[in-house]
Design a protein around this ligand. Structure first.
Ligand SMILES: C[S@@+](CC[C@H](N)C(=O)[O-])C[C@H]1O[C@@H](n2cnc3c(N)ncnc32)[C@H](O)[C@@H]1O
Length: 511
């Protein structure tokens, strides 16, 4: 393989348009070894042939499809005349024979950025899979699966969003039911990928229904060399546990034994209710087109329906809400539903914002929520959560949400929502499944939460009360001293004071 690969010579816009990011050799070697091919090997988007070159070393026939003729010429130069290399669309090409193994790193193209013709073709070919805001890679995964005969293996490198994204749920469900998931390895912390702002996982599966009690091998790789020598930390999870998850989320168990005991115990805690049973979490005000924000959001009350707005400040809207803290930055919205509808951008019903509600930051380093009793409207940097009938008091639920333990559980289940750095993305569809234990007596939680909601509370007391509340929540969930230490070390403290730990989510194991 030449040292500077063909993809690196392409203009950035071209690479983005077609998802051209070639796979490092450590990953191709690993996936070839893990899938152990003994017959034809196929890559439906082969680029310069990285996977095929690796597979061809053991003398196996290889077949590659690629849309870019120049990339294919590079593959030909390395692989020689023996290889079958087809110029065309990997989603539509008829293969000359059934593969034993399908390998690949498909193009990652989000629906909102992908070429409309490519999207339309995906929807037509894979109507059950290419739905909602799908990404093109899931069609390549489905096409690879369809190309395999029963018993064949597939080894792909995929964005970790596949593990959690709503658009991928139907395909995850199909894989859970019809294939044996052999390995899901998190390689998102490898510097190679972090620099490219992609967060991939390796998936190895066999096209055969899972034997009962089957356990998926998982692991976390932080150095490419670990893939070669197999020294990365590993864990296991029952495939049936993923199949039982409300959203079929493939959460990766921590590799640290203490952390694993904790998450196994709490992830499907039978003594807890689910957050979605007691809170109705809603998306708030979005403006879908450039310019619309300026037509509705103002620094002074404007129009016939002015409402105070959290998150109104351009670019820095997130600062309006902290844990137990509302810090309105002074922006107003003209809450005129008719004018909004006429602009093609409906607003949620005003009642969403009236009365008591929790407000939760959508992007943060840990769960960050406050209680609003002043009827603020909220922009989409925040979620609004209202109590369902028979819910415990809102300050009680606030205390749980802001506790380190709940942030920890969310991060384990939804690490793949990370939006860059140590920031996670908090969405209603993921929050819904959080296990909330109901205390026999919520009063101590409520009293501490009410104190913390007081903006005049001095910082030192704030820290002490916050720690006390964390302890109450640990008691409620029956956590050992070791488990408490682990969670405290992993969850970034979030009062923004100097010395607050940064990037701690890369160390979910609490190291
Ligand atoms: C992420 S790169 C991976 C290439 C190679 N498999 C590797 O692992 O290094 C994705 C490749 O898919 C190709 N591609 C994009 N759309 C395609 C399509 N519809 N059919 C075939 N190849 C396609 C791109 O040109 C690019 O070479």
């Amino acid at each position: 393989m030449p040292s500077l690969r063909y993809d690196a010579s392409l203009p950035v816009a071209e690479r983005k348009r077609h998802g051209v990011y070639y796979t490092p050799a450590g990953v191709t070697r690993y996936l070839v070894r893990a899938t152990a091919p003994c017959g034809p090997v196929v890559d439906l988007s082969c680029g310069d042939g990285a996977f095929l070159v690796e597979a061809a070393r053991s003398g196996l026939p290889v077949i590659g499809v690629e849309r870019d003729p120049e990339a294919l010429a590079h593959a030909r130069a390395t692989l020689g005349p023996e290889a079958t290399l087809l110029l065309g669309d990997g989603l539509a090409t008829v293969l000359p024979c059934a593969p034993d193994v399908v390998l690949g790193n498909p193009p990652y193209l989000e629906a909102k950025k992908a070429d409309p013709a490519v999207k339309a073709q995906c929807r037509a070919r894979f109507p059950h899979i290419a739905r909602g805001g799908f990404d093109v890679y899931i069609c390549f995964l489905k096409a690879g699966l369809d190309a395999l005969p029963p018993g064949g293996r597939l080894g792909y490198i995929l964005p970790n969003k596949f593990l959690v994204a709503e658009y991928a749920r139907a395909l995850r469900e199909e894989l859970l039911a019809e294939t044996t998931l052999e390995e899901v390895i998190d390689v998102s912390d490898l510097p190679t990928f972090r620099d490219a702002a992609v967060y991939p996982v390796l998936l190895v599966l066999r096209k055969t229904p899972p034997p009962s009690g089957h356990r998926v091998r998982t692991g976390v790789v932080t150095d490419l060399a670990q893939l070669d020598d197999g020294t990365f930390p590993r864990a296991e999870v029952r495939q049936a546990a993923w199949a039982a998850d409300a959203r079929r989320i493939w959460w990766l168990p921590p590799t640290d034994p203490t952390a694993r005991v904790l998450t196994d115990r709490l992830m499907d805690d039978p003594t807890a209710v689910r957050l979605g049973d007691v809170l109705d979490v809603r998306w708030t005000i979005s403006f879908h087109r450039a310019g619309l924000r300026d037509a509705f959001i103002f620094p002074t009350p404007t129009g016939d329906f002015p409402m105070r707005l959290l998150g109104g400040k351009r670019f820095h809207g997130n600062a309006d809400v902290g844990r137990y803290r509302t810090a309105w930055s002074g922006w107003w919205i003209d809450y005129d539903p008719d004018r909004a509808r006429a602009a093609g951008n409906a607003l949620p019903p005003r009642a969403l914002f009236e009365g008591e509600k929790l407000v939760i930051a959508q992007n943060a380093r840990r769960l960050q929520a406050t209680l609003d009793r002043d009827g603020f409207a909220c922009k989409d940097t925040f979620l609004v959560a209202r109590a369902r009938p028979s819910a415990p008091p809102l300050p009680y639920l606030l205390a749980l949400l802001n506790a380190s333990l709940l942030s920890y559980l969310y991060a384990v289940r939804c690490k793949a929502t990370h939006v860059g750095g140590a920031y996670l993305h908090y969405l209603g569809c993921y929050l819904d499944a959080l296990p909330l234990r109901l205390a026999a007596d919520p009063a101590p939680f409520v009293a501490l939460a009410e104190c913390l909601l007081d903006p005049a509370l001095p910082a030192a007391e704030r820290r002490a009360l916050d720690d006390a509340l964390d302890e109450l929540v640990f008691d409620l969930y029956g956590c050992s001293a070791e488990e408490r230490a682990l969670v405290r070390a992993a969850v970034p403290y979030a009062w923004g004071e100097p010395g607050a730990r940064r990037g701690a989510w890369n160390a979910l194991e609490g190291k």
